[in-house]
Design a protein around this ligand. Structure first.
Ligand code: ARG
Length: 462
C-alpha cells in the first residue's frame, strides 16, 4: 500500500522501493505516530471533518494499536515505505478504507514526521536527564565518601598542585550540570507543536493547533510552515547537548583508566565493570570505561552526519531528511547506555587515598604554595617563582622531597624564605590558602559539595 501513486503510470522499481524504505528504522516512532494521529483526529472532529462517531472509531482503533504494536510480530513482513503508511494500512483493516482515508486530511507526512520525532525525542531527553541525575548523585556520594582525601591535580598529565578529591569530582559535577541545562534548553525547542504546517504551506483546514498542542503536552505551536517543513535544528540542539555529555563522560573515563592503572594505582574499579584477557591471565581491563570513550567518537559521528545532511538542502522538506533518524536513534541509544554504564562504574569506584596523597607529597606539587607565600611577603611573583624553581632544581639534584627540608635549611637556601613558610612543604597546608570561591580550600570545597547536593535536588524537578 502507498500514500501516493495516482499520478504514476508505473510503480517504483524494486530497487528504488527497497532503497527508499525507512520502515525498518522509523518503526521506532510507532507509538508517537499513533498518539499524534489520535490528537489529529480530535482536531478534525472539532472542525467538523469527522463526526463524533467517526472520531471515536478512529481513536479507538488507534488506541488499540498502541497496545498491539508492542507485540514482536506487529510489523510482520510489512512492505510499506514507512511507519506512517503501516499505520494507515492497519487502520483501513480495522475501520474500513473510507474512514481511515479521512485521517490524513489537512496533514502531510512532513509535519507528521516532525511531530513524531519531537514527541519521541522529548521523552528520550527526559530519560537522559533522569540518567544524568542518577550519575550525578553517585558522583556526589563518591566525593562525600572521601571528604579530606588529597590528590595531585595534573596539568599536561604532570603533577601540578594538590587538590581535594571532592574538588576533582565536583569539576565533573559542573560539566554535567551544564549538560543538564543544555538538555532542558534542547527540550524547550523540541517541545513546539508543528502539526498544521502541512507539507510546506500550512494546512488548508482551520485546525485548532493550540488545542492539539495541549492534547499532546507541547508548550506552544510553531510559527512558520516552511520553517517546520525543513527544520531539524531541534535535533541538532539535542545532538549538541548529547555530544557534550559524551565528551565529558569520555574525559572522566580517560582519567579513571589512567588512575586505576598500574602506573597510578590510586583508584580501583569493581570486578563487575572490568574484564579479563583471553590470553593474559593477570589482566583486569577497564573495558566499561574504554567503551564509553569509544562510543563518544561514534556519537560525534552522528552529529556530523546530521549537520552535513542538512547543510546544502534547499528550503523546506527534501527526502535527504529521512536520513536524520538512524543517526539520531543511534546517538540516543549510545547516550542512554553510556550514562547508565557510567553510573554503575562510579558506584564501584574505590579511592585508595594514601597513594595519591603520597604522590602529592613526593612531587613538588607544593612549589606554587611556596612561591605564593613569598609573594604574600612582598616579593614580586616572578622573582618568587625563580627562587622556588631553584629550590626544586636543587632538590632534584640532591634527591630530596619537599618534606625533607627543615625550616632552617629552607631559610639557609634563600634568605627570602621565612621559618613560618616551612609548613607549606606539607601539601595539606597549602590547601588552606585556597579558600577562594571555586578553589580547593577545605571550607570552599565543603560548601561547594553541600551546594551541589542542593542543586541536584533542583535538577530532579520536572
Ligand atoms: N519518511 C520520511 C522522513 O522520514 C517522511 C515522509 C515524507 N516523505 C515525503 N516524500 N515527503 O523524512
Amino acid at each position: 500500500m502507498k500514500l501516493w501513486g495516482g499520478r504514476f503510470e508505473g510503480g517504483p522499481s524494486e530497487v528504488f522501493d527497497r532503497f527508499g524504505r525507512s520502515l525498518h528504522f522509523d518503526k521506532e516512532l510507532i507509538d508517537v505516530d499513533l498518539r499524534g494521529s489520535i490528537a489529529h483526529a480530535k482536531g478534525l472532529h472539532k472542525i467538523g471533518i469527522l463526526s463524533a462517531d467517526e472520531m471515536a472509531r478512529l481513536t479507538a482503533a488507534l488506541e488499540a494499536m498502541r497496545t498491539e504494536c508492542r507485540a514482536a510480530d506487529f510489523f510482520g513482513n510489512s512492505e510499506e515505505e514507512d511507519v506512517h503508511t503501516v499505520v494507515i494500512r492497519k487502520l483501513k483493516e480495522r475501520v474500513g478504507a473510507d474512514l481511515a482515508d479521512k485521517i490524513h486530511t489537512g496533514r502531510s507526512r512532513n509535519d507528521q514526521v516532525s511531530l513524531d520525532v519531537r514527541l519521541w525525542l522529548r521523552e528520550r531527553i527526559d530519560d537522559a536527564r533522569r540518567l544524568l541525575v542518577q550519575l550525578l548523585e553517585e558522583l556526589l556520594k563518591l566525593a562525600a565518601r572521601y571528604p579530606d582525601a588529597l590528590i595531585p591535580g595534573y596539568t599536561h598529565t604532570r603533577r601540578a598542585q594538590p587538590v581535594l578529591w571532592p574538588h576533582y569530582i565536583l569539576s565533573f559535577f559542573e560539566m554535567f550540570a551544564r549538560d543538564h541545562e543544555r538538555l532542558l534548553d534542547a527540550r524547550r525547542r523540541v517541545n513546539v507543536m508543528p502539526l498544521g504546517s502541512g507539507a510546506l504551506a500550512g494546512s488548508g483546514f482551520p485546525i485548532d493547533r493550540q488545542a492539539v498542542a495541549e492534547e499532546l503536552g507541547f508548550d506552544s505551536v510553531t510559527r512558520n510552515s516552511m520553517d517546520v517543513s525543513g527544520d531539524r535544528d531541534f535535533l541538532l540542539d539535542f545532538e549538541h547537548a548529547a555530544n557534550l555529555i559524551m565528551l565529558h563522560l569520555s574525559r572522566l573515563a580517560e582519567d579513571w583508566i589512567l588512575y586505576t592503572g598500574e602506573e597510578y594505582r590510586w583508584m580501583d574499579l569493581g570486578d563487575g565493570v572490568t574484564s579479563g584477557s583471553s590470553m593474559m591471565p593477570q589482566k583486569r581491563n577497564p573495558d566499561s570505561l574504554e567503551l564509553i570513550r569509544g562510543k563518544a567518537g561514534r556519537v560525534f559521528g552522528t552529529y556530523m552526519a546530521l549537520l552535513v545532511t542538512m547543510k546544502g538542502l534547499p528550503t523546506t522538506y527534501n527526502r535527504d531528511m529521512q536520513e536524520d533518524k538512524e543517526p539520531l536513534f543511534d546517538a540516543v541509544n549510545q547516550l542512554l547506555s553510556s550514562l547508565e554504564m557510567a553510573r554503575v562504574v562510579v558506584e564501584t569506584a574505590v579511592l585508595k587515598p594514601e597513594v595519591p596523597r603520597r604522590a602529592a607529597e613526593e612531587s613538588w606539587a607544593v612549589a606554587t604554595d611556596l612561591a605564593d607565600a613569598l609573594a604574600r611577603n612582598g616579593m614580586p611573583f616572578h622573582q618568587a617563582h625563580k627562587v622556588v624553581g631553584r629550590l626544586v632544581l636543587e632538590s632534584v639534584r640532591a634527591g630530596k622531597h619537599a618534606r625533607d627540608w627543615t625550616a632552617a635549611e629552607l631559610c639557609a637556601f634563600d634568605a627570602s624564605f621565612k621559618p613560618e613558610m616551612a609548613p607549606l612543604l606539607d601539601p595539606r597546608e597549602g590547601l588552606a590558602t585556597r579558600e577562594i570561591r571555586g578553589g580547593t580550600g577545605p571550607q570552599a570545597v565543603a560548601t561547594a559539595l553541600k551546594e551541589a547536593f542542593e542543586r541536584l535536588q533542583s535538577m530532579r524537578r520536572p
